[in-house]
Design a protein around this ligand. Structure first.
Ligand SMILES: CC(C)(COP(=O)(O)OP(=O)(O)OC[C@H]1O[C@@H](n2cnc3c(N)ncnc32)[C@H](O)[C@@H]1OP(=O)(O)O)[C@@H](O)C(=O)NCCC(=O)NCCS
Length: 280
């Protein structure tokens, strides 16, 4: 295509358009959605392009409720430290969001693993039981941790079974969730102890059963946790003093110098700057 044939710039999207008098989202007038959809159903429509079935809408809401708040985790702790620097609410929230990765809130990795596992079982003519064993064995041989399993604070995550129960009641749990639970069984055989699936792992499996691709599954985590980060940052702004080192507080602050004594330092010993570096 020559430069003269190029169209003048315009955005390209299948999500929404607006004119002076109206806003249309995935084909629906926004005002028809307002008052009729809950936030989970709206998220499903915006992300997937279609209205959810009742079961999928309820399951997505249940996952978002489950993952919205989790007391002190990397994201809430980071959001509070960022806020302690004296930044506005949205900056503190963004700071917390940056912790969502391979070890915290990793919805995408288990979602991808279960999708690949179910596809591989079909391609290789294996049962899900056999594939569960294969995936756990392969990870163990490569010394890799299974994404979506174990929780450093709970060990057996109290949220996991509730999500599975809700999914079964709604008829949402299918092959990916079955594989996920079979993998938990397989850990007992191959690790000699049960490594429990966590809420992030169950969510990844359920979202795979609902047809979510891994990156969109991660989006579900981001939006859910954003709700709680607003609360943590707001509380930090209104209840705490900032910086987090003050001796004038009734709780020892995390940046108090008492907690970072010179004897905890294990870098090079104190030493003089070499003479050739002393320019002033
Ligand atoms: C989150 C995580 C870093 C926590 O690790 P931790 O509490 O420091 O765990 P530990 O290193 O104490 O592990 C305890 C034991 O369980 C094993 N283990 C922990 N998580 C495991 C996993 N996901 N897969 C396989 N084995 C795991 C460890 O190998 C260790 O075994 P050992 O005692 O025989 O050495 C780790 O569980 C992990 O990487 N999980 C996958 C990512 C994930 O799902 N994150 C979301 C958490 S909500």
């Amino acid at each position: 295509m020559s430069k003269s044939q190029r169209e003048s710039f315009h955005w390209r999207t299948s999500i929404a358009y607006k004119t002076q008098p109206k806003i249309v989202i995935r084909g629906y007038d926004l005002n028809d959605l307002v008052g009729n959809l809950d936030l989970g159903e709206m998220a499903y429509l915006v992300w997937r392009g279609e209205l959810p079935s009742e079961a999928h809408g309820r399951m997505l809401n249940a996952i978002m409720v489950c993952l919205a708040e989790h007391a002190f985790s990397p994201s809430s702790a980071a959001a509070r430290f960022v806020t302690a620097g004296g930044v506005p609410l949205h900056v503190g929230v963004a700071g917390g969001m940056l912790t969502i990765g391979d070890l915290h809130g990793t919805f995408d990795r288990p979602c991808a693993m279960f999708r690949d596992g179910v596809a591989r079982a079909k391609a290789e003519g294996k049962t899900l039981e056999e594939m569960a064993d294969t995936l756990v064995r392969e990870a163990r041989e490569k010394k890799k941790r299974l994404p979506g399993y174990h929780h450093p604070q709970h060990i057996q995550d109290p949220r996991s079974q509730r999500l599975v129960d809700v999914a079964r009641k709604l008829g949402v749990a299918a092959l990916h969730t079955r594989l996920a639970l079979l993998m938990e069984d397989a850990t007992e055989r191959l690790h000699g102890k049960r490594i429990y699936i966590n809420a992030v792992g169950v969510s990844g499996a359920l979202l795979a059963d609902m047809g979510f691709e891994p990156e969109l599954a991660k989006g579900v985590m981001l939006v859910s946790r954003c709700i709680s980060l607003v609360a943590h940052v707001y509380e930090e702004l209104t209840r705490e003093r900032g910086w987090r080192a003050s001796k004038g507080q009734d709780i020892t602050q995390p940046l108090d110098l008492e907690l970072q004594k010179p004897e905890f330092y294990d870098g090079p010993p104190d030493r003089p700057l070499p003479a050739e570096w002393r320019k002033l």
